[in-house]
Design a protein around this ligand. Structure first.
Ligand code: ZN
Ligand code: ZN
Length: 254
């Protein structure tokens, strides 16, 4: 089982989870053309994709979703409000109800509500046999459910959007700073690190990938250092994308 982070951040988000020749895509917030070329680069067969799951309707998560769903001839999977807000054009879609799990081939996917300025945002916890992957971004706080999933995950792709000091002293207008820093905004490095620390297991084998880093209010070094300082996890064991256009493949060790 592998997690392919094709894009992460406000320029666009797209993650592919692959297992045994099947795959699901979580969000498609970069162009269809870019997704196709990144999948080629990663050696991902497009036939593998069975569905595109959408977390919420912000353009950095859906801008390429309609075109990609049509190109790959796969359904969009989202809750009703999110699907209706996303304006994806003529696409196949499966609408799920809140608090229900979704089975897509071998992928057992649980949507977990996030706290974000969108109509009905969720993140996704994916299980295949005994392997578990959490992809959780775009939330002002981690709910009890998300923290529980974080504790269980073998691979946790979690948001570390901003460094509080960089946000406060940065160029964003006060209203946007306030939104980002609110319960309906994004996770900062320290709060994410604290959640990781609270959920550490005895045999900490969990792989941590920091996602959705702000290019204005964070740096890969700052995010990694904050999480290392607070959790005691070695810096080199905390991964994130390093530069625009960077991608990552994470091998899920159960
Ligand atoms: Zn986003
Ligand atoms: Zn968002």
């Amino acid at each position: 089982m592998e997690v392919h982070v094709l894009a992460s951040g406000s320029d666009g988000n797209c993650t592919v989870i692959e297992s045994d020749g099947d795959a699901i895509m979580i969000d498609a917030g970069i162009s269809c053309r870019r997704i196709m070329s990144l999948m080629d680069q990663q050696g991902l067969d497009k036939e593998m994709i069975k569905a595109i799951l959408i977390t919420h309707e912000h353009s950095d998560h859906v801008s390429g979703a309609g075109a990609t769903a049509r190109k790959l001839d796969v359904p969009i999977v989202a809750n009703e409000l999110t699907f209706n807000e996303s304006n994806l054009g003529d696409v196949q879609h499966w609408v799920y109800k809140s608090n229900s799990t979704i089975d897509i081939g071998q992928f057992h996917v649980t949507p977990l509500p996030t706290s974000h300025n969108a109509v009905d945002p969720n993140c996704y916890f994916t299980e295949v046999d005994d392997k578990k992957v959490l992809v959780a971004t775009d939330t002002g706080k981690f709910s009890f459910q998300i923290e529980h999933a974080l504790a269980l995950a073998d691979v946790a792709v979690v948001e570390a959007n901003y460094d509080r000091e960089m946000l406060v002293n940065g160029p964003y207008p006060p209203s946007l700073k306030k939104l980002i820093n609110s319960d309906h905004g994004h996770m900062n490095n320290v709060d994410t690190a604290a959640a990781i620390r609270r959920t550490m297991g005895e045999n900490e084998h969990r792989q941590i990938f920091l996602a959705h880093l702000s290019r204005t209010n964070n740096t890969p070094d700052t995010a990694r250092q904050s999480v290392a300082d607070i959790t005691g996890i070695k810096r080199m064991r905390i991964d994130c994308l390093e530069f625009p256009g960077d991608t990552r493949t994470i091998n899920v060790r159960g």
